[in-house]
Design a protein around this ligand. Structure first.
Ligand SMILES: [Zn+2]
Length: 271
């Protein structure tokens, strides 16, 4: 009997962009451009034994530098879900873009799990080139380094079990060490794709996203996500798709309009 968990996707921001900005080389599809909504999430994986937060959303300055506000600040949204950021012990980081590692200072007790290749890339010789660093905040990368210096960062290669039943798998593609997580729930295996697939359309129509580290690996990431769906009936949650909010059970109360739950464990999930 393996551990099962409930998974919450909490939507902390939303904006409208365009399909030409979102999909790589969109002109090649010979389709008219059109508006597309991009939502921003953090994820909670928990049962009565443990709570894991996946990524930390963007912070005030990361948002402000791009003219993007919050619907609700991610740390406050977590608190509405009963998660005090200051108490979070295990924090897998799928990649180091500004909308996934902002707010690290609010998680002073967290052990951070990240792919070695992701951590090392942002120390490397091309990390400060515009096509890479436009999606990062130097202060936040410095915060990650600070946590590392404090011994709070644990890196892995390939794949690792970060908690009983919860696997973190490095896929690359979008960033050098972009990772996904697989989580057993009462409704089946949930895959937190994060930005290995921003949108369902990337997986369903094999359409790469515009921000790319390695296109070959991005396509292989799509292959992996599709194989998890086909072979394990996995429920994949893309990192930025507004449709996540419609395909799954909405949260209510203070979280109404701000998230969904899969494998709801009710009170059993909060210790
Ligand atoms: Zn993202």
């Amino acid at each position: 009997m393996t551990d099962t968990y409930e998974v919450l996707a909490l939507r902390y921001a939303s904006r409208t962009t365009s399909r030409a900005q979102v999909f790589l080389n969109y002109h090649l599809y010979d389709e008219p451009d059109a508006p597309i909504q991009m939502d921003y999430y953090v994820w909670v994986v928990r049962n009565h034994r443990r709570t894991v937060v996946v990524d930390t959303g963007y912070g005030e300055s990361g948002g402000r530098n791009r003219g993007r506000g919050h619907l609700v600040h991610p740390v406050r949204l977590l608190s509405r879900a009963g998660v005090d950021a200051a108490d979070v012990g295990l924090l897998p980081i799928t990649h180091a873009h500004y909308d996934h590692i902002g707010n690290l200072t609010s998680f002073p007790a967290a052990r951070i799990r990240i792919a070695r290749s992701e951590r090392d890339f942002w120390r490397g010789p091309t990390a400060d080139r515009f096509m890479f660093n436009h999606a990062c905040e130097a202060a936040e990368l410095a915060e990650l380094e600070k946590a590392d210096a404090e011994g709070r960062v644990e890196v892995f290669e390939g794949r690792t079990e970060i908690a009983p039943g919860i696997e973190m798998i490095e896929v690359g593609g979008h960033t050098h060490g972009q990772s996904i997580l697989t989580v057993p729930t009462g409704e089946g295996l949930v895959v937190l794709a994060s930005d290995a697939a921003h949108y369902y359309e990337e997986i369903e129509r094999d359409r790469p996203f515009s921000i790319v580290d390695d296109l070959d690996r991005m396509y292989r990431g799509f292959d992996l996500l599709r194989s998890l769906i086909e072979n394990q009936q996995a429920i994949v949650l893309p990192g930025h798709d507004p449709d996540v909010m419609h395909r799954h059970r909405p949260l209510d109360g203070e979280l109404a309009g701000h998230g969904i739950v899969i494998g709801d464990m009710g009170e059993g999930a909060t210790s």
